[in-house]
Design a protein around this ligand. Sequence first.
Ligand code: PHE
Length: 448
Amino acid sequence: MATGKTRREHWGSKIGFILAASGSAIGLGNIWRFPYVTGANGGGAFLFIYLLCVFLIGLPVMLVELSIGRHGKKNPVGAIKKISPDSKWSLVGYLGVITGVGILSYYLVVAGWTLGYFFKSLAYSLNKVHFAQFVSNAPTQSLSFVLFLALTAFVVAGGISDGIEKMTKILMPILFFLMILLIVRSMTLENSMNGLKFFIIPDFSKVSGKTFIYALGQAFFSLSLGMGAMITYGSYIDDKSNLVSSGFYVVFFDTLIAVMAGFIIFPAIGGAPSKSGPGLVFVVLKNIFLKMPMGELVAILFFALLAIAALTSTVSLMEVAVSYLIDEKGFERRKAVFLTSLITLFWGIPSLLSLGAVPSLTKIYKGMGFLDLMDFIFGNISLTLGSLLLCLFIIFVWKFKNAEKELSRGFEKFKNFSILWKISIGILAPLAISIVMIYILITGETLG
Ligand code: PHE
């Protein structure tokens, strides 16, 4: 087990990193959030704009994070400090550490629902579950939250190659396989083609400025960008690896899985979803499962899939704070995990009680409940702000030529593409993100 003083841990292999980072990226964001945001924003047209955001802005920002991480060989605070000692820029790292725990505090609530639904399907009692009642039941909410937190802590305590890498190497192929099964099931349902059309044929009359804003927010969230998760995972990559191809694979897999989730959910719905929101998967899809042949089995597989996807993301959220405590505060890994879990637990309580259990928490700001507010502050604003600050950090502090040197290590040919990357980080990304930030601040609207 590594402490602040021993040699830094490493991924066992390149594929190990790609699977772990894809595991971080692929999560509730892809399978729970992406379909309902797509559903609420016009289907195919949203998908098209989302893909633009992912490849024109998401991928370049991913390379920013990976290069800072590998260069600094530390958590986000330490890595930024190494590049720019004695400056205020390390605050961006602190923002990342806090954001990680902030997202974890409510992400675990939804992750807990996936476990709850999984167990209910196993017991063949999914038909008795009523979403609103389920989420307002304080004891079950707390139990599933704690269970998911404990699972996450267990994996993170195992370390990088023995904990996170080992788990993702087993779970990611299972996830992929389950998705294929579910796509086949969905596509062979009666109205599947109508649902598919809604998802892939763009209707640009539904596009407005807002569509871009939602798409960019979803891209950052889904790719785990803006809070140093990729800086942290990047810090465990060895110097010979090709960061650019690794980053590309992660972005590609994340996007593939989001699109595959669309191929499961929209054909199952059989058209444009009548109601789209956080309940899409837990209410609409559940009811569809209950009506389809072999639906119970499908439900078991689907909620297992969601839980797996969530777990490989929660470990990355926790790892950011844990690596900070190990690198900067000299904690032993297990103690760092314990402290982070404790903070997450207390922070999570108001969120898990905000869905009906404690009425005063259901609406605390502009109609948002506590959980929604956490998602707005940490899942939207903070990731967007963090990504912007990291771009500015490259432009003004670390400088393109140094970042480029890091990205060329293990990939000499990067020079041939670097102009595209510079255009994105120097102009496109900061411009797009600034527009989103201004929009959020003016309207106070959430992106999810
Ligand atoms: N990318 C994860 C998902 O899509 C969520 C996440 C965000 C994880 C930020 C880590 C950091 O579910």
